[in-house]
Ligand binder design. Structure first.
Ligand code: DX5
Ligand code: ZN
Length: 220
């Protein structure tokens, strides 16, 4: 069993009327990263928050930023993402015509590079890029909204990705995002996931810290 499971709480599920308090909860917990969902209303049918707000979020967060860009042409915002102090910049496979170039640009800017797959995009599309990325983020819901139901086929995709990583001897983390709770989380850990993104499960829990602790304990 894994002992190094990471938890990345998704800010999208936080109470925006009191972001400082919500970020304090994250800071005080065993969460490893802070997951930030940026949307443009084009790549996904929703808009979340932009850089003027995120500048303050970044200032208040003591956790490394795991930024998930659900936008077209994400390379246009490379500088803004970098200026937040981002640790991991995740771009969608479906949003990048020249994915290899974008991955190199992210790494040249001094960030780790993640590639994200929609539920309908097969893991096999990563065959020729897997050795260039630091992480693969598998969407287990259609991106754009929190609180959706986990898509079961994600478990098969985690297994397929684990086997691609092993075959290519790649040094790549597997992250899953959407509908993650204690039940789906346990099965994802068993399938070989390294990082669980979780929004509603932690932010709507009566005790944020305790829920993060329980999710982390799935690895033991
Ligand atoms: C969806 C976002 C997710 C979302 C997850 O587009 O990428 O990060 O916040 O929310 P839950 O955990 O509630 O499904
Ligand atoms: Zn996300």
């Amino acid at each position: 069993m894994k002992t190094d499971l990471k938890i990345s709480p998704s800010l999208l599920a936080a109470d925006f009327s009191n972001l400082e308090l919500e970020l304090e909860k994250v800071n005080q917990s065993d969460a490893d990263w802070l997951h930030i969902d940026i949307m443009d209303g084009v790549f996904v049918p929703n808009i979340s928050f932009g850089f003027p707000v995120l500048k303050y979020v970044a200032k208040l967060s003591q956790k490394p930023l795991d930024v998930h860009l659900m936008i077209v042409q994400p390379e246009k915002f490379l500088r803004e993402v970098k200026e937040l102090g981002t640790m991991m910049m995740n771009v969608h496979y479906e949003a990048c015509v020249h994915l290899h170039r974008v991955i190199q640009q992210i790494k040249d800017a001094g960030m780790k590079a993640g590639v994200t797959l929609n539920p309908s995009t097969p893991v096999s599309m990563l065959e020729d890029i897997i050795n260039d990325v630091d992480m693969v983020l598998l969407m287990s819901v259609n991106p754009g909204f929190g609180g959706q139901k986990f898509i079961e086929n994600t478990i098969n995709k985690v297994r397929a990705l684990r086997s691609l990583i092993d075959r290519k001897q790649a040094d790549v983390l597997i992250e899953v995002d959407g509908g993650v709770n204690l039940e789906t989380g346990a099965r994802l850990v068993e399938a070989g996931v390294d990082v669980l993104v979780t929004g509603s499960t932690v932010f709507k829990a009566p005790d944020f810290r305790e829920m993060v602790h329980q999710l982390k304990s799935l690895a033991h």
